[in-house]
Structures are given as structure tokens and as C-alpha cells.
Design a protein around this ligand. Structure first.
Ligand SMILES: [Zn+2]
Length: 257
């Protein structure tokens, strides 16, 4: 194998990835991934994908860690009161000895910032946020810049969820299946920001979230290192331990893709 004989030496942290199909450190180090939402899903996703040896990670979340979040994997009592993106950045920065990973934490609601520049240069964007507006907004920007996206979500009963892959121009984007949405010009996603006040909470057992996070992280690995052709939608019903894979077709009437 070419890599095993390569004179290029990777940090020892990644020696147990050598030989893994598609992966090599040089390639990984050039990768740039954006994670939108750094809670119970986004936090394990970011921690897992950083273990691939990627060089640049952008974390976006305006939320603060609360006592109620401590049932989720990745948060500790000392994190309470701090911004989720900044907490995650400080944890990942302690993962490695000689691997330089550049992490930018943006403690803002994604709807309040322009993500064009961030998305344009990224190899992959992952949305793990609990609001539809945020994911649709990121979807639109990803399609515009031809950036691949993975969307992850779970149901309010805490037992089911999905991982979805969006390859602009090839697979269905989020708007292809949210039929009720008007065109981007009329949607004004950002104007709806104030309507996003939380009216309840999603039940969120840690294993559901980490299961979906692992699935999303492995899908990310597949996308970044081009391992195989992937399905565009995976749903997991963890109440009945049933899993399904669906190919979502592009909607010819979609306004963005
Ligand atoms: Zn579409």
C-alpha cells in the first residue's frame, strides 16, 4: 500500500488509522468541516470527526450549556453557563499532541450571521440544529456554493431520528422535500428568528443522540474520503430497533437545486 511505504509521517495520534480505506493524513489535514449546532448531536459529531485528523473545524451555536443538558454525552458540570460552541472547541483542542487542528467557535445563531464564506471553502457542512429555519438556511447556502451537507435530527419522543446526505445537484436538498416552503426569495428565514422561541423540549436520551452522531460522523468519513456511494436518507427507529435506507429523489419543482 502506497501510504504504508510513504516517507510522509503522520502524527502518532493517527497511527491506528493507517491502512483504513480511503484515509490518509495529508488528505485529512486539508479537510475543512463546519458543524452547525453544538448540542447533544453536534458535540459528539464534532468530537468524532476531529478524530479523523481534519485540519479545520468551524463550530456554530449560540446556546449556553444548561444543567438540563448534562444527561447528554459530552457535557460536564464545569461547562454549565458557557457557550456550547466554545466549550466544544476547548475540549477538542485538548485531544491531540502534535496534530494542529484549527478550530473556530462562533457563538452566534446561524440565522444571525452570513455563512457564505465559511460554507464556500468547506468540504462538508453538518447541521445538527433543532430548528427548521436554520437547517433550511444552511441548505440554501450549501446548494449555492456546491458544498456537501449532512443533516441530522431526532424526534421529540427521543427514540427516532435520521441522517440525510445532500450532494448539490445530485441528491434531494431539504427544500425538495419540504414542499410547503415558498421560494427562497419569499421565505425570509432570518425574519422568522423571533418565532423560534422554544415552546417545549425534545426528550433526548444520550444513546439516541450518540447513535445518530456516530452514523452522521461515519457518513461524513465516507463523504470526505470517498469510500463508497451512500444512500441519501437513513432513518433509525430505536424504540423498535428498525432501520431503513431511502433514496430521496430531487423534486423538479424545487426552487434551489
Ligand atoms: Zn432541492
Amino acid at each position: 500500500m502506497e501510504l504504508l511505504n510513504s516517507s510522509f509521517s503522520e502524527p502518532k495520534e493517527f497511527s491506528r488509522l493507517i491502512g483504513l480505506k480511503g484515509w490518509n493524513y495529508k488528505k485529512a489535514k486539508r479537510m475543512e468541516v463546519v458543524v452547525v449546532g453544538c448540542g447533544g448531536l453536534g458535540s459528539p459529531i464534532a468530537r468524532l470527526i476531529s478524530r479523523f485528523g481534519i485540519g479545520k473545524l468551524t463550530l456554530i451555536d449560540n446556546d449556553i450549556v444548561e444543567i438540563e443538558n448534562l444527561n447528554r454525552d459530552g457535557f460536564e458540570i464545569k461547562d454549565v453557563g458557557k457557550n456550547k460552541a466554545e466549550v466544544l472547541k476547548s475540549k477538542i483542542e485538548n485531544f491531540f499532541d502534535s496534530h494542529p487542528i484549527s478550530i473556530k467557535a462562533i457563538p452566534e445563531n446561524v440565522l444571525n450571521i452570513s455563512v457564505d464564506e465559511i460554507v464556500e471553502t468547506a468540504d462538508l457542512v453538518i447541521t445538527a440544529t433543532d430548528t427548521t429555519n436554520s437547517r433550511i438556511y444552511v441548505n440554501d447556502v450549501c446548494i449555492q456554493h456546491n458544498t456537501k451537507m449532512i443533516d441530522v435530527g431526532f424526534t421529540t419522543d427521543g427514540l427516532r431520528g435520521h441522517v440525510r446526505l445532500i450532494i448539490p445537484g445530485k441528491t434531494a436538498c431539504l427544500r425538495c422535500t419540504y414542499f410547503e416552503l415558498p421560494s427562497p426569495e419569499k421565505t425570509n428565514l432570518k425574519d422568522k428568528l423571533n418565532l423560534e422561541k422554544k415552546t417545549g423540549y425534545a426528550i433526548s436520551p444520550a444513546p439516541t443522540l450518540t447513535f445518530l452522531a456516530s452514523l452522521a460522523a461515519m457518513m461524513a468519513f465516507n463523504v470526505l474520503f470517498e469510500i463508497s456511494r451512500l444512500p441519501s436518507y437513513i432513518s433509525a427507529n430505536l424504540a423498535e430497533m428498525k432501520f431503513s435506507v431511502v433514496e430521496l429523489k430531487k423534486n423538479p419543482k424545487c426552487e434551489v437545486c
